[in-house]
Design a protein around this ligand. Structure first.
Ligand SMILES: *[C@@H]1O[C@H](CO)[C@@H](O)[C@H](O)[C@H]1NC(C)=O
Ligand SMILES: *[C@@H]1O[C@H](CO)[C@@H](O)[C@H](O)[C@H]1NC(C)=O
Ligand SMILES: *[C@@H]1O[C@H](CO)[C@@H](O)[C@H](O)[C@H]1NC(C)=O
Ligand SMILES: *[C@@H]1O[C@H](CO)[C@@H](O)[C@H](O)[C@H]1NC(C)=O
Ligand SMILES: *[C@@H]1O[C@H](CO)[C@@H](O)[C@H](O)[C@H]1NC(C)=O
Ligand SMILES: *[C@@H]1O[C@H](CO)[C@@H](O)[C@H](O)[C@H]1NC(C)=O
Length: 440
């Protein structure tokens, strides 16, 4: 969706691209990770509209966020979903057994909101729970209510549905998540389907079957809820990359691991930590759902969330989820994601807590062996040409990152990418251009 750089030269060959073809849920949606806004982390179950009218879960909140997405440049960057989470409904179903929004907080009903979104080129998401109750105690969607609830959401012209798993057991989930996938399909309305199923089953095989999930759901939460803290962000990063051998093959166009919302713009992260979340969510090919108050967001947080180059990396059409390729004793970790147009992204992350660390390496030490590359620092926009053998130094702040977009700079070079995510293959003889040493 974004032209990152004037790319015309080759670096990588996806030797095994064909074998990586996986089957995704056949609803044509979310070929790149979905982007938008989701109420939960920032707004939770605030239903006190009397005392907190600006922030309570109500029609007004979602309309305000839609206005911000539409007017403040978010929509053009791809942030189009406006998603309701828990606490939108009444505590009882209507006479026909259908879920109903709280009429005090949603006087126009959900249909009014979907129309509001669609009039602005945005999309509306809604929430339900595969079980007796939602996590906050609102009516759930047990097995016998799946068809009627799917139809209700389609009637309301909803575009995405998050199916949580509180108050259900593993047996119910095994039936319910596939049944909902079928029921959504049967409505005839393409509705993006987010499954919380793996998060309730520990996120790993053998309890979780990622092949099956990819056929049923467009995205799935596989780990605990994010909170407004660096500890929470770091625990998610650690879990995902410790389990990358299981998780990365599960991802691809139409099927994404969801490490949960972006909390950039809230209270818990420093500038460097905010950059780290954005950078690593791009490496992970994660859905980008902001959960922050877009009415009062700072310029600093906005510029991180609106960084075109990082969004372009996140939205890369190949849909490969990236990997951690190095864990240094110094506390520096290196992450890598292969991208289309023979490009790639690198993130240097520091777990240190003392001071900016000057990390010295070279592209060849990171298995880039194609002579020379064009390297762009995605936060500063600085670009340079870097020879694979040239030692360089990046200065990485504590809990921060340096992130690079890397493309070919020289003649055609061939590499091979194997399934294990490492670069292999012959390096072609370097043309002896005078390439100055570069230190971004
Ligand atoms: C990528 O590299 C391959 C092999 O060198 C080449 O055939 C292909 O045209 C390149 N693609 C782009 C977009 O440069
Ligand atoms: C339903 O599934 C069929 C077969 O997989 C697919 O062709 C169709 O596009 C799907 N429809 C919707 C609305 O998801
Ligand atoms: C859901 O409700 C049914 C019927 O009341 C009950 O049998 C079942 O144990 C409940 N399940 C859970 C997981 O609470
Ligand atoms: C799971 O919950 C359902 C009802 O929600 C109940 O009928 C079933 O016995 C439960 N299964 C187990 C293994 O607890
Ligand atoms: C996982 O799901 C796929 C697709 O539904 C199925 O073919 C495969 O047998 C399942 N694997 C296991 C270990 O159950
Ligand atoms: C580079 O490739 C070698 C050989 O495949 C591998 O052992 C090493 O871990 C790789 N290094 C990185 C940083 O990926």
């Amino acid at each position: 969706m974004f032209v990152l750089l004037g790319m015309n030269l080759a670096v990588l060959v996806f030797a095994s691209a064909a074998t990586l073809t996986t089957f995704a849920l056949d609803n044509g949606l979310m070929r790149t990770p979905p982007m938008g806004w989701l109420a939960w982390e920032r707004y939770r179950c605030d239903i006190d509209c009397e005392h907190d009218p600006k922030n309570c879960i109500s029609e007004n909140l979602f309309i305000d966020m839609a206005d911000r997405l539409f007017e403040d440049g978010w929509k053009e960057l791809g942030y189009v979903y406006v998603n309701i989470d828990d606490c939108w409904s009444l505590k009882t179903r209507d006479k026909q057994g259908r879920l109903q929004p709280d009429p005090k907080r949603f006087p126009g009903g959900i249909r009014k909101l979907s129309r509001y979104m669609h009039d602005r080129g945005l999309k509306l998401g809604i929430y339900g729970d595969m079980g007796n109750y939602t996590c906050m105690g609102y009516p759930g969607t047990p097995l016998d209510k799946i068809a009627v609830d799917a139809q209700t959401f389609a009637d309301w012209e909803v575009d995405m549905f998050k199916f949580d798993g509180c108050y259900s057991n593993a047996t119910d989930q095994e039936q319910g998540y596939p049944l909902m996938s079928k029921a959504l399909n049967a409505t005839g309305r393409p509705i993006g389907y987010s499954c919380s199923w793996p998060a309730y089953q520990g996120g790993l095989p053998p309890k979780v079957n990622y092949t099956q999930l990819g056929q049923l759901c467009n995205l799935w939460r596989n780990y605990g809820d994010i909170q407004d803290s660096w500890d929470s962000v770091l625990s998610i990063i650690d879990w995902v990359f410790e389990n990358q051998d299981v998780l990365t093959p599960a991802a691809g166009p139409g099927r994404w691991n969801d490490p949960d919302m972006l909390i950039v713009g809230n209270f818990g992260l420093s500038k460097d930590q905010s950059r780290t979340q954005m950078a690593l969510w791009a490496i992970m090919a994660a859905p980008l759902f902001m959960s922050t108050d877009l009415r009062v967001i700072s310029g600093e947080a906005r510029s991180i969330l609106q960084n075109k180059m990082i969004i372009g990396i996140n939205q890369d059409v190949l849909g490969f989820q990236g990997r951690r390729i190095l864990k240094e004793k110094s506390g520096i970790e290196v992450f890598w994601r292969p991208l289309s147009n023979n490009a790639s992204a690198l993130v240097f992350f520091s777990r240190r807590t003392d001071m900016p660390y000057r990390y010295k390496t070279s592209l060849s030490k990171l298995n880039y062996t194609a002579d020379s590359y064009k390297v762009t620092d995605v936060f500063t926009g600085k670009t340079d040409i870097l020879k694979d053998s040239t030692d360089f130094v990046v200065s990485v702040n504590p809990t921060g990152v340096v992130m690079w977009y890397i493309s070919a700079a020289g003649k055609l070079r061939f590499h091979h990418l194997s399934r294990d995510g490492k670069l292999h293959g012959p390096a072609y003889a370097a043309k002896e251009n005078a390439i100055p040493p570069v230190f971004l």
